[in-house]
Design a protein around this ligand. Sequence first.
Ligand code: GDP
Length: 173
Amino acid sequence: SGSWDPLYRVVLLGDPGVGKTSLVNLFAGLQERDLLEQHGEAAYKRTLSVDGEETTLLVMDTWEPEHRRRSQCLQVGNAYVIVYSITDRGSFESASELRIQLRRARQAEDIPIILVGNKTDLVRCREVSVEEGRACAVVFDCKFIETSAALQHNVAELFEGVVRQIRLRRGGK
Ligand code: GDP
């Protein structure tokens, strides 16, 4: 791939334990993993072919609620994946707060945001319904998908969705 290829930074946000690292590991894959050390933090680069066109994503799993580079995380992303666990209502409420923080940090920008309800395999522990997740995404003007990192369900679809959302906004290229 040439140096003219754009590279899009995708930042995962969400409470500890919701499955961010698990989702990123599935994105990175076992064969194609390209672990980059950026300022001592992990990011995974991978080129996805979506709808017959290739796009390179750099997925960053650096979010910690009390992290000193927290505000930096809210600045560097070209797209955001806000993850909660469907088994943890507190993480769903945190997702709303993160959406508000992101809006505040990047006021005038139209950044793609995907709200992700993870751990759908834990059916009997569900605390947040699909309808609630969907309604929240409507209110916050973002895309929505439910995933299971454990079953590898909808994970590829999640990152393909990120690529499509980025393309929808890339005017003039
Ligand atoms: P992070 O703190 O957001 O990065 O979350 P992790 O990826 O470290 O996951 C936290 C815990 O939840 C780990 O024990 C994972 O194995 C587990 N986990 C992550 N995703 C799923 C899922 O889809 N289903 C189930 N059952 N467990 C999951």
